[in-house]
Design a protein. Structure first.
Length: 221
């Protein structure tokens, strides 16, 4: 299915002021829509999707649950320059490890293709004052981010967390050619539980390890 390939690529490959909140846990509700009627029907199956983000020092763990049939967990260590992706869904349990040296060289210049405009507009989300930012990609798609300067963003970038933003987004709308996704923070905690801090890059038992090339080929890319 095209939709499986789309979300696998979107969520499976990722990869300030003092007194900011550093360690935190955020849960986002995800809403997805499309102008493509066929794709819109498939997106209806994604109701209840969510993103959970844990930031603990140099470590970031993000877990994306797509409806009830796919979960992708990405764990990044900014200090070691390593990332582990775990996928659990229709294709079984798949693990992929990558470090900064493995990334294609063309990725190094990707940020140059993104324009970021910080807008003088604010609104309150979960008790935090959030500032507006517009991010325009190389295809001209404009996404909206509402970030809090009080909360530090992850030290590792992903498709929706840009280091140029001076804070963590608590709400954002990402626009692509086929799908518009809205993320709304429903929970935020600046105190992590013991289990939240148990983050490592070990591959759990039961997962089949693949290279980035094998992962892409398995989804017909």
């Amino acid at each position: 299915m095209k939709i499986i390939s789309l979300f696998t690529l979107l969520f499976g490959f990722t990869v300030l002021a003092t007194a900011q909140i550093t360690d935190s846990k955020i849960v986002y509700e995800m809403k997805m829509s499309s102008d493509n009627p066929e794709l819109e029907m498939q997106l209806a199956m994604m109701d209840g999707s969510s993103l959970e983000m844990i930031i603990y020092g140099d470590l970031t763990k993000q877990t994306v649950a797509i409806g009830g049939f796919m979960t992708t967990t990405t764990i990044s260590d900014a200090k070691r320059g390593e990332t582990l992706t775990l996928m659990d869904g229709m294709m079984g349990k798949i693990a992929m490890s990558i470090n900064d040296e493995d990334k294609p060289k063309e990725e190094e210049g990707e940020s140059a293709d993104i324009e970021i405009e910080l807008v003088d507009e604010t609104k309150e989300i979960l008790g935090y004052t959030c500032h507006k930012a517009l991010i325009i990609d190389s295809d001209g798609n404009e996404s909206i981010f509402w970030y809090s300067k009080e909360i530090q963003s992850p030290k590792t970038e992903s498709q929706y967390f840009q280091s140029e933003l001076p804070g963590l987004p608590l709400e954002f709308i990402i626009v692509s050619q086929d799908v518009t996704m809205q993320f709304i923070a429903t929970e935020f905690s600046k105190k992590l539980k013991k289990e939240d801090k148990e983050i490592n890059l070990d591959i759990p038992e039961g997962y089949t390890e693949m290279s980035p090339e094998e992962m892409q080929n398995s989804f017909g890319q």
